[in-house]
Write a protein that binds this ligand. Sequence first.
Ligand code: ATP
Ligand code: MG
Length: 421
Amino acid sequence: MAFYRAPRGTQDILPEDQPYWHHIQERIHGVAQLYGYRQLDTPIFEDTALFEQGVGETTDIVEKEMYSFLDKGKNPITLRPEFTAGVVRAYLEHGMHVRPQPVKVYSLGPCFRYERPQAGRYRQHTQFNVEAIGEQDPAADLEVMSVAWHLYEDLGFKELSFQLNSIGCPKCRPDFLKVLVEYYRGHIDDICDDCRRRLERNPLRLLDCKAESCQPIIDAAPNMREHLCDECAEHFQTLLGYLDSLGRPYTLSHRLVRGLDYYTKTVFEVWAEGIGAQNAVCGGGRYDGLAEVLGGPPTPGVGFASGLERVVLTMKQQGVQVPTLPSPQVLIAHLGEQAKLMGVKLASDLRAAGIGALISFGKRSLKSQLRQANRQGVAFALIIGEREAEAGRVAVRDMAQGEQHPVALEDVTTWLSQRLG
Ligand code: ATP
Ligand code: MG
């Protein structure tokens, strides 16, 4: 007999885990609204070329991680590995540049990356994605960073900090890259194979290599922030000033990069204690060149994405409590045909009045139905035995007190409404 399992790197989110997801999503919508971000949903798959262009052919995502296939019409399709490319595509497609700028949107949904699964790293994961498109003010960088921060504070995270860097712009980065490449050529025998390739194809990404042997070389590597042009330096200083005035802790890190020309200036991550190697709960930054790469007019933008599985992991490891989800507080127990008929009708009336109700199925003893009521943790069992059915009433059992009151069938809804609030 076939026995199937969820594909490697995917997971089922069982009912007992849903309180985390509901709570996080509820806070996401709440925080986004506080800052004036509106929801935008884009398709789960897009043309493959959108990601090749919009994420970049020399990134890990495009080189190794995309779920790409030809559909039955032979169209190259990719399950989205991230949101930004699709969101900017939607901005251009719907002519949003004529709306008041910046256009501030957020999205929530699954992303797909073919990665080696481990804690906090999956092949299907869920992102909360935030973008402010059409604004170059560093106050917009601060704003998206604040949305992330606000959310994590709301969720009760401890030990939060920003990792922060500037990777300059197409004016100042090329000179820096020359210095960086020259430095790395001097260490060519000590670096990993991936880095030898990066040196040729995408040298900025040398700085975020995770290989152990490359770490000392990165530590001593030249720093982009010492090569910023006046505009980029001023942008960065202004952002730091804002962060200081809000008292937000940050660590400057020259290793934090996004290796493509259309990623510009600010790059940041939020790290939270508790999830080990995968401690970035969010990553983001500026992409002032992206809209043009996708065929639109020059349009600055800044945003971030947060992986919600890592958020859930962090909450669990930090022992954050979440509200339980409401469940029915009433179970209807019945004995005999006539009682069951009354029970079915009563369940329907209660639900219509907004009172969650369970009814037991089949023919079981009252004792077993009350055991079920106990297990379900309901506040009241409504017992309709043969005598109650004859008399048109219900024995209402308060499960905590163990007391029982007779209540006329037509009064049950009101009686329960008063007690359940
Ligand atoms: P990492 O360095 O951990 O691979 P990344 O730089 O690839 O992260 P981004 O592309 O910036 O990540 O994605 C934004 C966020 O999405 C990450 O900070 C992380 O919280 C989450 N994320 C990315 N990839 C995965 C994954 N495979 N599984 C779970 N969450 C992920
Ligand atoms: Mg990654």
